[in-house]
Design a protein around this ligand. Structure first.
Ligand SMILES: NC(=[NH2+])NCCC[C@H](N)C(=O)O
Length: 268
Protein backbone atom coordinates (compact mmCIF):
# COMPACT_ATOMS: atom_id res chain seq x y z
CA UNK A 1 0.00 0.00 0.00
CA UNK A 2 1.51 3.30 -1.01
CA UNK A 3 1.93 5.97 1.60
CA UNK A 4 2.44 9.71 1.54
CA UNK A 5 4.65 11.04 4.32
CA UNK A 6 6.43 14.21 5.37
CA UNK A 7 10.11 14.31 6.29
CA UNK A 8 12.59 17.08 7.13
CA UNK A 9 16.27 16.84 6.12
CA UNK A 10 18.58 16.75 9.17
CA UNK A 11 20.62 19.80 8.16
CA UNK A 12 20.28 21.45 11.56
CA UNK A 13 19.75 18.31 13.62
CA UNK A 14 21.82 18.25 16.81
CA UNK A 15 21.56 17.84 20.57
CA UNK A 16 21.40 21.47 21.71
CA UNK A 17 19.30 20.90 24.85
CA UNK A 18 17.94 18.04 26.96
CA UNK A 19 14.18 17.55 27.03
CA UNK A 20 13.95 13.77 27.38
CA UNK A 21 16.03 11.12 29.17
CA UNK A 22 17.88 10.11 25.98
CA UNK A 23 19.33 13.53 25.21
CA UNK A 24 22.73 14.51 26.58
CA UNK A 25 24.46 17.60 25.25
CA UNK A 26 27.79 15.95 26.01
CA UNK A 27 26.89 12.96 23.81
CA UNK A 28 26.79 14.76 20.45
CA UNK A 29 25.49 13.32 17.23
CA UNK A 30 27.80 12.48 14.36
CA UNK A 31 26.36 14.82 11.72
CA UNK A 32 27.64 12.75 8.83
CA UNK A 33 26.25 9.50 10.18
CA UNK A 34 22.92 11.18 10.95
CA UNK A 35 22.76 12.44 7.38
CA UNK A 36 23.50 9.00 5.94
CA UNK A 37 20.97 7.27 8.25
CA UNK A 38 18.29 9.79 7.27
CA UNK A 39 19.21 9.44 3.59
CA UNK A 40 19.00 5.65 3.87
CA UNK A 41 15.49 5.94 5.21
CA UNK A 42 14.49 8.44 2.52
CA UNK A 43 15.83 6.15 -0.16
CA UNK A 44 14.13 3.08 1.27
CA UNK A 45 10.78 4.91 1.33
CA UNK A 46 11.05 6.39 -2.15
CA UNK A 47 12.97 3.77 -4.17
CA UNK A 48 12.25 0.43 -2.50
CA UNK A 49 8.77 1.02 -1.12
CA UNK A 50 7.57 3.56 -3.68
CA UNK A 51 6.16 5.90 -1.04
CA UNK A 52 5.52 9.54 -1.79
CA UNK A 53 7.86 11.54 0.44
CA UNK A 54 7.24 15.26 0.85
CA UNK A 55 9.86 17.50 2.41
CA UNK A 56 9.68 20.53 4.67
CA UNK A 57 12.65 22.91 4.79
CA UNK A 58 14.75 22.58 7.94
CA UNK A 59 15.09 25.77 9.99
CA UNK A 60 18.24 26.84 11.79
CA UNK A 61 18.11 26.61 15.59
CA UNK A 62 15.20 24.18 15.45
CA UNK A 63 17.26 20.98 15.69
CA UNK A 64 14.29 18.71 16.49
CA UNK A 65 12.25 19.78 13.45
CA UNK A 66 13.63 16.67 11.77
CA UNK A 67 11.09 14.75 13.90
CA UNK A 68 8.14 15.60 11.68
CA UNK A 69 5.84 13.16 13.51
CA UNK A 70 5.54 15.93 16.10
CA UNK A 71 4.63 18.48 13.42
CA UNK A 72 0.94 17.63 13.43
CA UNK A 73 -1.65 14.92 13.08
CA UNK A 74 -3.20 14.61 9.63
CA UNK A 75 -6.40 12.65 9.08
CA UNK A 76 -8.17 13.02 5.74
CA UNK A 77 -8.18 16.76 4.97
CA UNK A 78 -7.81 17.86 8.59
CA UNK A 79 -4.69 18.82 10.51
CA UNK A 80 -4.25 19.21 14.25
CA UNK A 81 -1.16 21.34 14.76
CA UNK A 82 1.22 20.75 17.66
CA UNK A 83 1.30 22.76 20.85
CA UNK A 84 4.74 21.79 22.13
CA UNK A 85 5.33 21.51 25.83
CA UNK A 86 8.96 22.62 25.78
CA UNK A 87 9.85 26.19 24.75
CA UNK A 88 12.78 24.77 22.76
CA UNK A 89 10.37 23.22 20.24
CA UNK A 90 7.57 25.80 20.23
CA UNK A 91 9.06 27.69 17.28
CA UNK A 92 8.39 24.71 14.99
CA UNK A 93 4.60 25.05 14.91
CA UNK A 94 4.47 28.10 12.62
CA UNK A 95 6.67 26.41 10.01
CA UNK A 96 4.58 23.26 9.99
CA UNK A 97 1.43 25.38 9.77
CA UNK A 98 2.85 27.26 6.79
CA UNK A 99 3.72 24.00 5.08
CA UNK A 100 0.22 22.57 5.54
CA UNK A 101 -1.45 25.77 4.30
CA UNK A 102 0.75 25.88 1.22
CA UNK A 103 -0.11 22.24 0.50
CA UNK A 104 -3.76 23.27 0.42
CA UNK A 105 -4.96 22.04 3.82
CA UNK A 106 -7.76 24.38 4.92
CA UNK A 107 -9.10 22.81 8.10
CA UNK A 108 -6.46 23.23 10.77
CA UNK A 109 -6.79 23.43 14.53
CA UNK A 110 -4.34 24.30 17.25
CA UNK A 111 -5.38 22.45 20.42
CA UNK A 112 -5.61 24.55 23.57
CA UNK A 113 -3.77 21.88 25.52
CA UNK A 114 -0.29 20.52 24.92
CA UNK A 115 -0.27 18.07 22.05
CA UNK A 116 2.77 16.79 20.18
CA UNK A 117 1.18 15.51 16.98
CA UNK A 118 1.35 11.99 15.68
CA UNK A 119 4.18 11.30 18.12
CA UNK A 120 1.41 11.07 20.71
CA UNK A 121 -1.57 10.04 18.58
CA UNK A 122 -1.61 6.91 16.43
CA UNK A 123 -4.56 6.03 14.21
CA UNK A 124 -5.63 2.40 14.13
CA UNK A 125 -8.60 1.91 11.79
CA UNK A 126 -11.11 4.45 13.14
CA UNK A 127 -9.65 4.60 16.62
CA UNK A 128 -7.08 7.14 17.72
CA UNK A 129 -4.77 5.91 20.47
CA UNK A 130 -3.42 8.97 22.27
CA UNK A 131 -0.61 9.18 24.82
CA UNK A 132 -0.12 11.40 27.86
CA UNK A 133 1.18 12.87 30.24
CA UNK A 134 4.87 13.44 29.43
CA UNK A 135 4.45 15.61 26.37
CA UNK A 136 0.73 15.88 25.67
CA UNK A 137 -2.10 16.69 28.06
CA UNK A 138 -5.06 14.38 28.45
CA UNK A 139 -7.63 17.16 27.89
CA UNK A 140 -6.14 17.61 24.38
CA UNK A 141 -7.59 14.17 23.58
CA UNK A 142 -11.13 15.47 23.91
CA UNK A 143 -10.27 18.29 21.53
CA UNK A 144 -8.96 15.74 19.01
CA UNK A 145 -12.08 13.57 19.34
CA UNK A 146 -14.26 16.58 18.52
CA UNK A 147 -12.10 17.93 15.72
CA UNK A 148 -11.66 14.61 13.90
CA UNK A 149 -14.96 13.00 14.95
CA UNK A 150 -13.20 9.84 16.08
CA UNK A 151 -13.06 7.63 19.13
CA UNK A 152 -9.96 8.63 21.10
CA UNK A 153 -8.54 6.13 23.58
CA UNK A 154 -6.25 7.80 26.13
CA UNK A 155 -3.24 5.75 27.12
CA UNK A 156 -1.19 6.81 30.09
CA UNK A 157 2.55 6.37 29.62
CA UNK A 158 4.37 5.36 32.78
CA UNK A 159 8.06 5.20 31.86
CA UNK A 160 9.92 8.45 31.07
CA UNK A 161 12.08 6.67 28.48
CA UNK A 162 8.92 6.13 26.42
CA UNK A 163 7.65 9.68 26.64
CA UNK A 164 5.81 9.79 23.30
CA UNK A 165 3.25 7.11 22.44
CA UNK A 166 5.12 6.25 19.23
CA UNK A 167 8.16 5.15 21.24
CA UNK A 168 6.14 2.39 22.92
CA UNK A 169 3.43 1.38 20.42
CA UNK A 170 3.38 0.51 16.71
CA UNK A 171 0.37 0.29 14.44
CA UNK A 172 1.29 -2.82 12.44
CA UNK A 173 -1.85 -3.47 10.40
CA UNK A 174 -5.65 -3.46 10.63
CA UNK A 175 -5.58 -6.41 13.02
CA UNK A 176 -2.32 -5.80 14.88
CA UNK A 177 -0.63 -3.44 17.29
CA UNK A 178 2.77 -4.00 18.95
CA UNK A 179 3.62 -2.43 22.30
CA UNK A 180 5.94 -2.51 25.27
CA UNK A 181 3.60 -3.47 28.13
CA UNK A 182 5.71 -1.97 30.95
CA UNK A 183 5.32 1.50 29.45
CA UNK A 184 1.54 1.44 30.05
CA UNK A 185 -0.89 1.15 32.95
CA UNK A 186 -2.97 -2.00 33.37
CA UNK A 187 -6.01 0.06 32.39
CA UNK A 188 -4.33 1.25 29.19
CA UNK A 189 -3.29 -2.26 28.21
CA UNK A 190 -6.79 -3.48 28.79
CA UNK A 191 -8.19 -0.73 26.56
CA UNK A 192 -5.88 -1.82 23.72
CA UNK A 193 -6.55 -5.55 24.16
CA UNK A 194 -10.31 -4.96 24.20
CA UNK A 195 -10.18 -3.37 20.74
CA UNK A 196 -7.27 -4.89 18.87
CA UNK A 197 -7.48 -8.59 17.85
CA UNK A 198 -3.72 -9.14 17.87
CA UNK A 199 -1.41 -7.40 20.35
CA UNK A 200 2.30 -8.18 20.11
CA UNK A 201 4.19 -7.61 23.34
CA UNK A 202 7.76 -6.43 22.78
CA UNK A 203 10.63 -7.40 25.07
CA UNK A 204 12.45 -4.62 26.92
CA UNK A 205 15.57 -4.99 24.73
CA UNK A 206 13.53 -4.37 21.59
CA UNK A 207 11.71 -1.41 23.14
CA UNK A 208 14.95 0.16 24.38
CA UNK A 209 16.43 -0.43 20.91
CA UNK A 210 13.60 1.78 19.62
CA UNK A 211 11.99 -1.13 17.82
CA UNK A 212 8.47 0.15 18.48
CA UNK A 213 9.19 3.44 16.77
CA UNK A 214 8.42 1.77 13.47
CA UNK A 215 6.58 2.59 10.26
CA UNK A 216 4.35 0.00 8.62
CA UNK A 217 2.13 0.02 5.54
CA UNK A 218 0.65 -3.35 6.44
CA UNK A 219 3.00 -5.26 4.12
CA UNK A 220 6.35 -3.63 4.81
CA UNK A 221 7.61 -2.61 8.22
CA UNK A 222 10.60 -0.33 8.76
CA UNK A 223 12.20 -0.56 12.19
CA UNK A 224 15.41 -0.12 14.15
CA UNK A 225 18.07 -2.73 13.38
CA UNK A 226 18.44 -3.26 17.13
CA UNK A 227 14.97 -4.80 17.46
CA UNK A 228 15.76 -8.41 16.55
CA UNK A 229 12.89 -10.02 18.47
CA UNK A 230 10.24 -7.86 16.85
CA UNK A 231 11.83 -8.33 13.42
CA UNK A 232 11.57 -12.12 13.84
CA UNK A 233 7.93 -11.87 14.93
CA UNK A 234 7.04 -9.70 11.93
CA UNK A 235 8.81 -12.08 9.54
CA UNK A 236 6.78 -14.98 10.95
CA UNK A 237 3.65 -12.95 10.25
CA UNK A 238 4.71 -12.68 6.62
CA UNK A 239 5.64 -9.00 6.66
CA UNK A 240 8.60 -7.67 4.70
CA UNK A 241 10.95 -6.39 7.38
CA UNK A 242 13.35 -3.52 6.76
CA UNK A 243 15.78 -3.10 9.68
CA UNK A 244 17.60 0.25 9.50
CA UNK A 245 20.31 1.92 11.61
CA UNK A 246 19.01 4.87 13.60
CA UNK A 247 21.66 5.42 16.34
CA UNK A 248 22.19 9.15 15.82
CA UNK A 249 18.51 10.00 16.11
CA UNK A 250 18.07 7.76 19.11
CA UNK A 251 20.55 9.99 20.93
CA UNK A 252 17.81 12.60 20.68
CA UNK A 253 15.08 10.18 21.74
CA UNK A 254 13.82 9.62 18.21
CA UNK A 255 13.61 6.82 15.66
CA UNK A 256 12.24 6.30 12.16
CA UNK A 257 8.61 6.86 13.12
CA UNK A 258 9.53 10.20 14.67
CA UNK A 259 11.19 11.16 11.38
CA UNK A 260 8.03 10.33 9.42
CA UNK A 261 4.66 12.08 9.51
CA UNK A 262 1.79 10.31 7.76
CA UNK A 263 -0.09 12.51 5.31
CA UNK A 264 -2.60 9.72 4.56
CA UNK A 265 -4.60 11.09 1.64
CA UNK A 266 -1.66 12.87 0.02
CA UNK A 267 -2.81 16.42 0.34
CA UNK A 268 -6.06 18.25 0.65
N1 LIG B 1 7.69 11.35 17.70
C1 LIG B 1 8.71 11.31 18.50
N2 LIG B 1 8.78 10.39 19.42
N3 LIG B 1 9.64 12.27 18.39
C2 LIG B 1 10.88 12.29 19.06
C3 LIG B 1 11.27 13.70 19.39
C4 LIG B 1 12.66 13.80 19.94
C5 LIG B 1 13.00 15.19 20.39
N4 LIG B 1 14.37 15.29 20.76
C6 LIG B 1 12.12 15.61 21.55
O1 LIG B 1 12.41 15.29 22.65
O2 LIG B 1 11.14 16.27 21.38
Amino acid sequence: MSKAVLMCPPEHFDIEYEINPWMHVDDPVCRELARSQWQGLYQLYTQTLGWDVHLIDPIEHLPDMVFTANGGLVIRDRVALPRFRQPERQGETEFFEQWFRRRGYRTLCLPRHDFEGEGDALLWNDTLFAGYPWRSDKPAHRELAEFFGLEVVSLQLTDARFYHLDTALTIVDEQTVALYPDAFTAEGLEAVHRRVPRVIEAAEADAVGYGLNAVSDGRHIVLSDRARGLAATYREMGLQVHPMPISEFQKSGGGMKCLTLELRDNGA
